[in-house]
Design a protein around this ligand. Structure first.
Ligand code: ADP
Ligand code: MG
Length: 410
């Protein structure tokens, strides 16, 4: 579904026109969207869910991430840690937890497989041009990257599994070290002084306005987009995961436009929480009234990633009342999911706190497509993040949630 959306540049342009006018960041990305994408397509996604507290409890999707879906490595380490603790009886308080109930998490291997498959597809396409040249996978990271250890194990897995070295670079660094050469190859100056060819660009940055401090960063993004490297993600793939697109998928005919199989479309829809456009042309006035009258039942989402950006309850009400109709169209409104609450212990910064917590469950996906050939399409590993039930928004990076691991029960 996400691949079909990313390829539909006309639909993305029309659908995001009004949002782009109200949100400069989305507008800037949309400007980079090419009519026809180049290079193999590589998605590393993470789709996040809550278990909605209804009878019976049901999975409700929070969002789909198509850029910089993180914590595959650290999440899998937490699963290992919990297994060790369970084996040592540290969870005796919880009635003793057999380690077999704590499943292994293959997320890092899954992501490495997807990156490797995209690299192979690129190498097969450009075999002639690559003869005698060093090929590398680029990890585009934030300056002063805080999440380096979540990325580094992927680097090792790629070296061990595919035999391709990884170069880490910031967008600003790429702007000065890189260029698009003959045939659209993305060339970067390597450590040895020669130019290397980037087969895959894996973006762990570029999702937030702050990642583009100036024109150099935008130049680098343009360079990536115009090159024939496999991009994870391309601009189209990034926009396919935008909050506005997710709202449009929930609207009548949204999912069905991109998923032909009626049964599959229905299964996807079953996980949706309701969403509404905030655009005056799409019933946004009524949505705004509904949110202001019952603020506890909704979440207001801007076109942002990374946690800590949504508005809730009284703050949301105040914000909506203070916005012009045009400003509102930068947002979407979403039904507030009420996750199942459990009693548990959260350890942050070495301090344990016991309380009521809610957990968000993410499923990683890897997808590689070259032209019309889907070379890889698999769910690979999971992520569980838990936070105190009293916290509205915010992930691990935003300083609110902690990495967790699931326990299987009958
Ligand atoms: P981001 O791209 O910033 O991660 P999300 O849509 O994942 O945006 O929202 C951030 C956090 O806000 C989620 O991790 C979740 O805790 C909370 N949240 C988002 N949508 C909802 C919702 N519909 N109901 C309840 N909580 C939500
Ligand atoms: Mg999120």
């Amino acid at each position: 579904m996400l691949s079909a959306i990313a390829r539909d540049a006309d639909w993305l342009r029309t659908s995001l026109a009004e949002t782009s006018a109200a949100d400069a960041f989305t507008g800037r990305l949309l400007k980079l969207l090419p009519a026809t994408p180049t290079g193999p397509e590589l998605f590393v996604t993470r789709t996040d869910y809550f278990v909605h507290d209804a009878s019976p409890p049901a999975l409700r999707m929070v969002e789909m991430n198509t850029i910089a879906a993180s914590f595959a490595v650290l999440g899998s380490k937490v699963a290992k840690l919990h297994r060790v603790l369970a084996a040592r009886g540290a969870s005796a308080r919880a009635g003793g937890l057999p380690a077999g109930r704590l499943p292994d998490n293959g997320a890092p291997e899954g992501i490495a497989r997807a990156l490797g498959a995209a690299h192979d597809a690129f190498a097969a396409r450009h075999a002639g041009a690559l003869a005698g040249r060093q090929t590398v996978i680029l990890f585009v990271v934030q300056p002063g990257e805080r999440n380096a250890f979540d990325q580094d194990a992927l680097r090792h897995a790629l070296w061990a599994g595919v035999g391709v070295p990884v170069r880490r670079v910031t967008l600003a660094g790429l702007a000065s070290m890189g260029r698009v050469g003959d045939g659209g190859l993305l060339l970067v100056w390597g450590a040895g002084g020669g130019e290397e060819v980037a087969s895959v660009v894996y973006m762990r940055a570029g999702y937030a306005p702050a990642d583009y401090a100036g024109e150099r960063e935008w130049d680098a993004r343009k360079m990536i987009e115009e090159s024939c490297a496999a991009k994870c993600p391309s601009v189209g793939m990034q926009l396919a995961g935008s909050k506005k697109v997710q709202q449009m998928l929930d609207a009548a005919g949204g999912v069905e436009r991109f998923v032909e199989d009626a049964g599959e479309a229905k299964a996807i829809r079953r996980t949706f929480a309701r969403q509404w456009s905030m655009s005056a042309r799409e019933g946004g006035e009524a949505a705004a009234r509904m949110a202001v009258e019952r603020p506890g039942e909704f979440v207001l989402k801007p076109q942002r990633e990374g946690g800590g950006n949504n508005l809730y309850a009284g703050e949301m009400k105040k914000a909506i009342e203070g916005m012009s109709a045009e400003e509102r169209s930068a947002y979407v409104l979403m039904e507030r999911i009420r996750p199942v609450v459990t009693k548990n212990v959260i350890v942050r910064g070495g301090e344990a706190a016991e309380g009521e917590i809610v957990s968000e469950f993410g499923v990683f996906g890897g997808f590689v497509r070259d032209g019309d050939d889907v070379l890889l399409n698999e769910a690979g590993g999971t992520l569980l993040r838990s936070k105190l039930a009293s916290q509205d928004d915010g992930g691990v990076a935003a300083g609110v949630a902690v990495l967790d691991s699931p326990c299987l029960v009958d």
